[in-house]
Ligand binder design. Structure first.
Ligand code: FAD
Length: 425
């Protein structure tokens, strides 16, 4: 038997805890938030088939069913629009993720807060709040001890850093695994979807996901979250993404009114409904965050300390892959550590196997996110002209559409070899 300590109770850390718990491995999670609902992050996450497959592997049946039941309504496709709201091309859901009879091989829109609640269920005794990780040390036999800001510590057989993009654990363990500013900043906004807002919101914006391309170094992404059963909390998540130069320094320090005023100044020529959309988002739902991306580290020698999720392969949310990659890490590390706990694999081989595979798909996802971000911010007039012409061609030619848009989504979420073996029959 092994004792696993996880630092960080976010999407990846909790999924790993669920997976280990399901396989009877001892696990404890140390989260710096003071209590379960200290911070309520209510935004839509696009879970792709890799994320679903990983959740299916980590969650017990009943919690997997809760995930499926609370997911939002799928559909609506992905629209690429101009600032006049004219559709350049609409990519159907079937192109992004071909329909699959297995629910664990489908994509789902989910509310992050709801997902985190499902991931916390059943872990009451395992999750310790108000435990801000500060540092770890290794005993002579390699066993790690984690030290927390409140002066307490915990010792186990394996220590996993799942403490997000600003990971302190990664900073100590892999000081050369750096991250960089991408030069872009995202301003998140949210419009409640109700009878009043639906009355003026253009039909296309009230469906699926959309990218409003501007030909300038900024764009607007929108995505609808609608529950199957009306609960009065449906919303349209928006992200206005811009090159750093277009917003003042440290935009994360600006309040909602200041951020909206800056955006309003950049979108004066846009369709009135798009301007109304920005204007109508409640101020309390507006915040900015500079986009960062992890640099690919050189492979390291495995030890009893490891990392997962944003802590190692952080990426801008362009393309929606960060949570999916963190979930995949959780499923793979569950598999490896439960084999080690069962004596089928030496512990360091199990961790090393996880890290080699994680670096491959994790940094593939970082590269895809960076490419998606750069395409969105494209402002060179020649490139803009060609990409718009291509989109229009794709719009009238389904095979071209499939070829252009199908591959990147499908590639990042296609089952990897170890996942194929584990796919539920
Ligand atoms: C607006 C937005 C939209 C997004 N949309 C998508 C999407 O559609 N699809 C997708 O796949 N991804 C999306 N992402 C990215 C996704 O949310 C992240 O990639 C994902 O949450 C990473 O999971 P994680 O477990 O690695 O880190 P997190 O979920 O960030 O969890 C880290 C946890 O560690 C805790 N922690 C931090 N420091 C310490 C410490 N010192 N001690 C103890 N605990 C600590 C934090 O409190 C937190 O609970 C989006 C992100 C944003 C901001």
């Amino acid at each position: 038997m092994i004792d696993v300590l996880i630092v960080g109770g976010g999407i990846g850390g909790l999924a790993l805890a669920q997976g280990l718990h399901k396989h009877g491995v001892n696990v404890a999670v140390y989260e710096r938030e003071r209590r379960r609902d200290d911070r309520v992050d209510r935004y839509r996450l696009a879970i792709n088939p890799a994320g679903s497959r990983s959740l299916r592997a980590c969650l017990p049946d009943q919690r997997w069913q809760a995930f499926v039941d609370t997911a939002g309504r799928p559909g609506g496709g992905f629209g690429f629009l101009g600032t006049d709201l004219r559709e350049l091309v609409l990519v159907e859901d079937a192109i992004m993720y071909p329909d699959d009879p297995d629910p664990a091989e489908r994509a789902y829109p989910v509310d992050r807060h709801t997902l985190r609640g499902i991931l916390l269920d059943g872990l009451d005794d395992a999750v310790h709040y108000n435990k801000a990780f500060e540092r770890y040390e290794l005993a002579a036999d390699g066993r790690p001890t984690a030290h927390f800001a409140d002066g307490t510590s915990a010792t186990g057989d394996v220590l996993v850093g799942a403490d997000g993009i600003n990971s302190r654990l990664r900073a100590q363990y892999l000081p050369t695994a750096t991250r960089r500013e991408t030069g872009a900043v995202g301003v998140g906004l949210k419009l409640p979807l109700n009878d009043t807002t639906r009355a003026w919101l253009p039909a296309r914006l009230a469906q699926g996901m959309n990218l409003v391309l501007t030909g300038a170094p900024h764009f607007l992404f929108t995505s609808v979250f609608e529950r199957h059963e009306p609960a009065g909390d449906d919303y349209l998540l928006c992200a206005f993404v811009a090159h750093n130069d277009l917003l003042p320094p440290h935009p994360e320090r600006l309040d909602g009114a200041q951020l909206k005023a800056h955006i309003a100044g950049l979108i004066t020529g846009w369709h009135p409904s798009l301007r109304q959309l920005i204007d109508q988002c409640p101020l309390s739902e507006v915040s900015a965050f500079p986009f960062q991306a992890s640099d690919r580290p050189a492979p390291w020698t495995p030890s009893r300390v490891t990392v997962l999720g944003d802590a190692v392969h952080g990426m801008p949310p362009a393309g929606g892959n960060g949570a999916n990659a963190a979930l995949r890490d959780a499923a793979l590390l569950t598999r490896q550590l439960s084999q080690a706990a069962g004596g089928q694999l030496p512990l360091l081989d199990a961790i090393g196997g996880y890290e080699t595979e994680m670096r491959a798909y994790g940094f593939q996802a970082v590269e895809l996110a960076m490419k998606t971000l750069q395409q969105g911010l494209m402002s060179n007039p020649v490139n803009v002209f060609f990409s718009r012409s291509w989109f229009r061609l794709c719009s009238i030619t389904p095979p071209l559409r499939r070829m252009t848009f199908g591959t990147s989504w499908a590639k990042v979420s296609a089952p990897r070899q170890w996942e194929r073996a584990a796919i539920t029959p």
